[in-house]
Design a binder for this molecule. Structure first.
Ligand SMILES: Cc1cc2nc3c(=O)[nH]c(=O)nc-3n(C[C@H](O)[C@H](O)[C@H](O)COP(=O)(O)OP(=O)(O)OC[C@H]3O[C@@H](n4cnc5c(N)ncnc54)[C@H](O)[C@@H]3O)c2cc1C
Ligand code: FES
Ligand code: FES
Length: 1351
């Protein structure tokens, strides 16, 4: 931060801000201190490139770069990326802000290489994360000083760690990392292609090298404004409408303010990373902020021989830098390294760039990562106060009094932290180490964190073996109570004991006694947390022993001493040649909007400017499940300035009942709330801020009803179901079981999954009194259904409503049906007031309201021979549908239709039931039930294999369908490529040899286990509802030769429009750049099916082809003689003057047989997309932490329409599947599993608590190959649908992890089968790694302990 501060407290105080945005000077006199920088950029400067993905610093979509002069005499500049959604606008005084708009623009043809490379290397799909990612990349490149690889100081390792604050839900990250690595100086360290591969391979290295060849020029940096180099910070006082902002520049001034406004009269703020969460999500109100960013004394770094003094106002990034400089175990006993280790996985780069050490300490979070290390180091806090000018030193061990309560008086300021340095001699040594285990490595708060320190003295023994006695111990833990806790009793008991395994076992036992947790402990996971405490103590023991070179440590245990070092990731792709007959289709055209997305110029619904008179809506949502609304009190809400009206079910002119298939839910709750989050009403206000404020002031009184049902088991107990049981049967299962030599039974659970599209639901409704028209702009995959159901609620004909969709920032099924009800509510509100109304649903609300993937419970009985040949399968699937039908029945049906995966069960009965619960309605999610059914099937394979002590691959191969076999729904398998895919993948991934290597590794390592697995998948393509398999398109060729296409599909990043454009250009014979798609709109193409079921390219591609063929046929009639070479534009002109129709409509219906009829045990898909994957993982069995070492995916996409886009879909779906099966866990409050959170309420409602895979989870070696010579005559240009099928392949990581876990269990003497529920979270993995630690942590039998879950 700014170091220079010579001003006294008498310095003049200014009431405005001076800053630059993208080189443009701004002097702002009219700011509200509670505006965030993001809000200001979007609403005051109309810079819509930076995106709002979460508003809580967890996704990075809002990332901007802030540059500042640190010292005007030395010209030293500091560049840091920040989350604009957290940064207060008042914090940017004296700064230069660079947003995505400042880098380059398509309109100006001046793209920055960070933008163009990301676009050209397929690093942007839906594009909503892209501006934030470009900014992180730009900052990384800029701060390395050079952007040309030949002179850059940037390494591939730097790149690997540069995006820890950015999330992408579409790409799977590999292409982004590839593009970013083009800027690294040491790209030659990337692995080159394996010489044994004879096919055309493209690797990360090849890609990077090709850019090096193209770019020798220095890449221009955006200049820092001269004026700001001479900027002298002054005291600031800004009086806003609700809040005041002070920025003192001297300590005296700060202390004076603090004593004038003590306690809750003011709030100190540094990085605002915690305070913003408090004000936004906990709705705490502070009348006055005092910014402490410009106080010199708070920014000191001092090292003496005995002490480190760290200013409370140093940012964590600066701290990391300084600690790295200082790091010397001999001098500091390891304290610097312990802090560095903890900061590596502390939040994200963007957060560390602004968050302060003091903020973390005073915030007193029980799960702080830094406080345990500081406590273990015996740090002391220096607190200052104004009135007496007194300075107090408080040991950190006495600082935390209770939950978020600290020993600091109302008017004190934390100035610095003093850390004593230990003295080590040959006979007296001190060791300190830090530990953290979170749900995800990147940007996640620890579940348990620890700082462990011991001082040992050497004991003279008669033997040669040197022994050590404990002189002092400090064991501090986060996540084990309401504050950071020192295990004081444990420490005390250890003094005088020898440093041995027996002592550490005793420490584990004592620590557990001292830190008991029960099932009501907030955050849950008591058994896991109790296990982690012991794991950390044990790791520390091994670490200290290894440092002491103690021979007592078994070499097999040494891996417990050190944390895993993650190698640099890389990828490779193998793409078959494009057929010669095609000129454009089959080429890897970049995503059509990629450049616009990388420049932030691509517009999403929320980026559209507001029309005059627009009102802002906010939902009033039910806070109780299954409750009768007794009263609604608008008193306080209506007093909010700007309040206009409240809209509820009384305002519905048409039908309040709605729903995608069955109209069984209400737009606005009229009496009984079906779940927490159901919409009771909408508040309309003149501003967005007022609408949120007013919505929260609406008071609702409820009468609670019983029973409340949340889980599948609750529903079964109460017989709470939707519709009847579904059944599918083939053969004779009784006979099959009688012939089986073995019968196994089991139950498996798979949890739900949040879509986490980066763009939340958003809509705008514009009514017009001119013929009662209503125009909707909505982020939906289903414009026609939105139009129809809105008309139903309004009580008007469908032709009065038009729904437009330009693009979505991701959908994944989450915007197929659940986007509709919020849009209807907004439409009703707009029509009521006759004014435009808009709403962007906040992330936490979106997650609570719009439903997720269905959790499933699958119970099976399988009969098989001693060789593993299946004889019979009887399986029952229950899904948690939530409170209404929505799409639950087709989701369940697809799960039932995919229960066979790629195997033949000669006698089979599959039954399924929808459980009705008091949760928001669960809905479509990429795979649409398929992954749940497939997971059930592969669990059965695994169970059978373990029972017979055979390799699962043997069972898979033995039961694999053959060409022409009938599925359990009587569809013959044609062009059956699975056996080939499996055989070739086993070969190309060297699977069998690697299995042996894994075994060897496991023998040599006790606490690290590797696992390897291979899986096939088949996925049926077509909607099971036959009528949806239709599409239409409208093609206009204009006189200048340009072409405009409208079709029924929506673009959500999957590259649909790009593929459609290439189909049109191929058929018409024109340049692809002449073809455009503007938007999807119901007044261009009517009665469209949702963009879903992976079928949109198939359906819309055919419709476009049919339309284009008509035009081409008409044009062909004009081509004769010399005209044969007539350029496209001339031909079009000639056609126009010949009065030939240059427009056409195309319609396509997928040929029969098609659709599912369960009453006849039959279903027909158009075809199956097929694929296989192998994965190898490494698991830390003491913590549950893991990495994917290598993944090989081999996919049959027919003859690809666009290979790179298809690979993007494969990798993106795969990583989303990895998320589903490993780390994404929804936690709902209920009566049994999660009693510590409110029943029926979602705890995991944002990126802070719900973890999707991040950059750090990318496989270190990621290989994808597309199958050659596998044309598919049943789809457009012989291609295959690809959106959903690869998602299930992510389960291969689950099974590899399960194998690793089983290897540990076997080593511990537990070799019997263990049912392992999904997702394989760090908790579930660790607790399945049964050992002495889990035994001490569990009350019940630890060998069968199953971590809790919401199912
Ligand atoms: C996305 C995200 C991820 C995070 N990840 C982690 C994580 O991995 N580990 C972790 O431990 N924390 C994490 N946090 C919490 C938070 O970032 C840290 O606590 C951070 O260090 C707070 O610093 P700040 O400067 O932003 O504090 P602020 O929000 O500015 O202030 C926090 C508190 O400290 C007080 N305060 C600040 N400075 C002083 C001072 N000098 N004297 C007295 N009081 C003061 C403020 O009044 C306030 O009460 C995360 C937060 C977010 C939003
Ligand atoms: S919107 Fe700022 S981090 Fe998500
Ligand atoms: S492209 Fe990253 S979230 Fe869609």
């Amino acid at each position: 931060m700014v170091k220079e501060s010579t001003q006294q407290s008498t310095s003049p105080t200014i009431d405005y801000l001076l800053f630059y945005v993208n080189g443009k000077k701004i002097i702002e006199h009219h700011v509200e201190p509670d505006w965030t920088l993001l809000w200001y950029l979007k609403n005051k400067l109309n810079l819509t490139g930076s995106k709002l993905g979460c508003g809580e610093g967890g996704c990075g979509a809002c990332t901007v770069l802030i540059s500042q002069c640190l010292n005007r005499h030395s010209d030293e500049l500091e560049h840091r990326t920040v989350n604009a959604c957290l940064a207060p606008i008042c914090s940017v005084d004296g700064c230069h802000i660079i947003t995505i708009e400042g880098l380059g623009s398509v309109a100006k043809s001046n793209l920055h290489p960070a933008q163009s490379r990301l676009a050209e290397m397929f690093g942007s799909q839906c594009g909503f994360c892209t501006p934030g990612i470009v900014m992180s990349l730009y900052a990384t490149v800029t701060s390395s000083n050079h952007s040309n690889p030949s002179s850059s100081s940037l390494t591939i390792q730097d790149i690997e760690e540069a995006f820890d604050g950015n999330l992408c839900r579409c790409t799977g990250y590999r292409p982004i990392l590839d593009a970013a690595k083009t800027f690294a100086k040491d790209i030659h360290k990337l692995p080159s292609k394996d010489s044994s591969i004879t096919k055309p391979v493209s690797t990360t290295l090849d890609k990077c090298l090709s850019f090096v060849k193209h770019t020798d020029k220095e890449i221009k940096k955006i200049e820092f404004p001269q004026e700001l180099r001479h900027h002298i910070p002054q005291s600031i006082y800004i009086k806003g409408s609700f809040v005041e902002w002070y920025r003192p520049i001297t300590l005296n001034e700060l202390l004076h303010l603090r004593s004038t406004y003590p306690g809750s009269a003011s709030k100190l703020v540094f990085g605002n990373t915690e305070v913003q969460i408090e004000t936004k999500f906990k709705r705490l109100k502070y009348p006055r902020f005092i910014s402490v960013t410009h106080i010199e004394e708070l920014q000191q770094f001092t090292r003496t021989q005995t002490l480190l003094i760290l200013g409370a106002g140093v940012t964590l990034t600066c701290l990391q830098g300084r600690l790295t400089e200082w790091n010397d175990k001999k001098l500091d006993g390891g304290i610097c390294q312990a802090l560095i280790d903890q900061l590596k996985y502390f939040a994200s780069t963007q957060i560390r760039n602004v968050a302060s050490l003091g903020g973390n300490i005073v915030n007193a979070s029980p799960i702080s990562d830094v406080n345990p290390v500081l406590q273990a180091a015996d740090a002391v806090l220096e607190l200052h106060r104004a009135d007496t000018n007194s300075i107090r030193f408080v040991p950190l061990r006495d600082f935390f009094l209770a939950y978020r309560r600290v020993a600091m008086t109302d008017d004190e300021v934390l100035v610095s932290i003093h850390i004593p340095l230990p003295t080590s001699t040959t006979t007296n040594k001190t060791f300190i180490h830090s530990y953290k285990q979170a749900r995800r490595r990147d940007d996640d708060i620890g579940i348990v964190s620890a700082g462990l320190c011991v001082q040992l003295e050497s004991i003279n023994t008669t033997t040669d073996k040197q022994q050590w006695r404990i002189v002092c111990a400090r064991f501090s833990f986060g996540g084990m109570g309401p504050t950071t806790i020192l295990a004081k009793n444990t420490q005390q008991e250890l003094i005088g004991q020898t440093w041995s395994r027996t002592t550490i076992t005793k420490a584990c036992e004592l620590a557990l006694k001292e830190m008991p947790l029960d099932e009501l402990t907030p955050g849950g996971q008591p058994e896991y947390r109790r296990t982690l405490v012991q794991s950390f103590l044990f790791k520390f023991y091994v670490y200290v022993c290894s440092e002491l070179h103690q021979l007592s440590v078994d070499p097999k245990e040494l891996s417990a001493a050190h944390s895993y070092h993650r190698a640099v990731s890389h990828g490779q792709q193998i793409i078959p040649e494009r057929p010669n007959s095609q000129k454009i289709v089959g080429t890897s055209l970049p995503h059509r909007s990629a450049y616009l997305q990388t420049t932030g110029e691509a517009k999403y619904t929320d980026d559209m400017p507001s029309l005059p008179n627009t009102l802002y809506a906010a939902f009033v949502l039910a806070t109780q499940p299954n409750a009768r609304i007794k009263s609604i009190d608008l008193g306080a809400a209506s007093k909010v300035p700007g309040f206009v009206t409240f809209v509820n079910h009384n305002d519905i002119k048409g039908n309040n009942m709605t729903g995608d298939i069955v109209h069984d839910e209400e737009v606005f709750v009229s009496s009984i709330t079906p779940c927490v989050g159901s919409i009771i009403g909408v508040v309309l206000c003149e501003t967005e801020r007022a609408s949120y404020a007013a919505a929260h002031l609406v008071q609702i009184e409820y009468e609670l009803l019983t029973p409340t049902i949340f889980t599948i088991d609750d529903a079964i107990e109460h017989q709470s179901f939707l519709d009847n049981e579904r059944c599918l049967q083939q053969g004779d299962i009784e006979k099959g079981f009688s012939e089986a030599e073995n019968i196994l039974e089991g139950t498996i659970l798979i949890g739900g999954q949040e879509h986490f599209y980066l763009e939340t639901n958003c809509c705008m409704a514009i009514p017009s009194n001119d013929d009662y028209e209503l125009t909707l702009y909505s982020s939906t995959q289903n414009p026609s259904k939105t139009q129809e159901l809105t008309a139903l609620a309004l009580g008007c004909d469908v032709n009065h409503v038009v729904c437009h969709v330009k693009r979505m920032g991701g959908g994944f099924g989450g915007k197929e049906s659940r986007s509709i009800t919020p849009t209807i509510a907004i439409a009703v509100a707009a029509v009521k007031v006759g004014r435009p109304v808009r709403m962007n649903i906040e992330r936490d609300v979106d997650m609570c309201v719009t439903g997720q993937r269905h959790p499933f419970k699958i119970k099976y009985k399988v009969g098989f021979t001693n060789e593993g040949q299946f004889k019979a399968l009887d399986v029952y699937l229950w899904s948690n549908a939530g409170c209404s039908f929505d799409l639950s029945m087709p989701v369940l049906e697809r799960a039932m239709l995919h229960i066979d995966n790629t195997y033949r069960f000669p006698n089979i009965r599959v039954r399924g039931r929808l459980c009705k619960t008091h949760l928001p309605s669960n809905t479509a999610f990429r795979g649409f039930g398929g992954p749940q059914g497939l997971f059930g099937c592969e669990t059965i394979i695994d169970h059978v294999a373990r029972h017979l002590k055979l390799d699962a691959l043997v069972i898979r191969r033995l039961n694999m369908y053959k060409e022409g076999d009938l599925t359990h729904f009587s569809q013959p398998l044609e062009r059956w490529n699975i056996p080939r895919l499996m055989d070739e993948l086993v070969e190309s991934s060297d699977f069998l040899q690697r299995q042996k290597t894994v075994e060897e590794f496991n023998k040599l390592n006790t606490y690290r286990k590797r696992g390897i697995a291979i899986l096939p998948t088949k996925f049926g393509i077509a909607f099971t509802a036959k009528f949806l398999n239709q599409a239409a398109a409208l093609v206009h060729v204009y006189k200048d030769g340009s072409v405009l296409i409208s079709h029924g599909g929506t673009e959500m990043g999957q590259g649909l429009h790009t593929k459609m454009i290439s189909v049109a250009a191929e058929v018409l014979g024109c340049n692809v750049n002449r073809v455009r798609i503007s938007e999807t709109a119901t007044d261009k193409v009517a009665n469209t099916s949702p963009t879903a079921a992976s079928a949109s390219s198939d359906l819309n591609g055919m419709a476009i082809r049919i339309a284009c063929e008509q035009i081409r046929e008409r044009l062909n009639k004009l081509v004769s003689g010399d005209d044969i070479h007539l350029p496209w534009e001339s031909l079009v002109k000639k056609a126009y003057f010949s009065r030939i129709d240059l427009c056409a409509h195309g319609f396509y219906a997928t040929p029969e047989p098609l659709g599912a009829d369960f009453s006849q045990n039959r279903a027909s898909f158009n075809y199956f997309t097929q694929g296989t994957a192998a994965a190898e993982v490494e698991l830390d069995t003491l913590t549950g932490d893991w990495h994917i070492l290598r993944v090989d995916i081999f996919m049959d996409v027919g003859t690809s329409l666009n290979p790179q886009i298809d690979i993007g879909q494969i990798e993106g779906a795969f990583i989303q599947g990895v998320g589903l099966f490993t780390m994404e866990e929804l936690i709902w409050g209920d009566h049994k599993q999660y009693k510590w959170t409110k029943p029926g309420a979602l705890f995991t409602r944002g990126p802070g608590t719900y973890k999707i895979p991040s950059f750090n989870d990318v496989p270190i070696d990621m290989r994808v190959e597309l199958l050659s010579n596998a044309p598919n005559p049943l789809a457009i240009y012989s291609s295959k649908a690809i959106g959903e099928p690869p998602l299930f392949l992510g389960a291969v990581v689950f099974f590899a992890l399960k194998n690793a876990c089983m290897a540990y269990r076997e080593q511990q003497g537990y070799s019997e089968y263990f049912p392992f529920n999904s997702p394989a979270t760090v908790e579930r993995l660790r607790m399945a790694c049964t050992d002495e630690f889990t035994q001490r942590a569990c009350i019940d039998k630890h060998e069968i302990f199953q971590a809790r879950g919401s199912y």
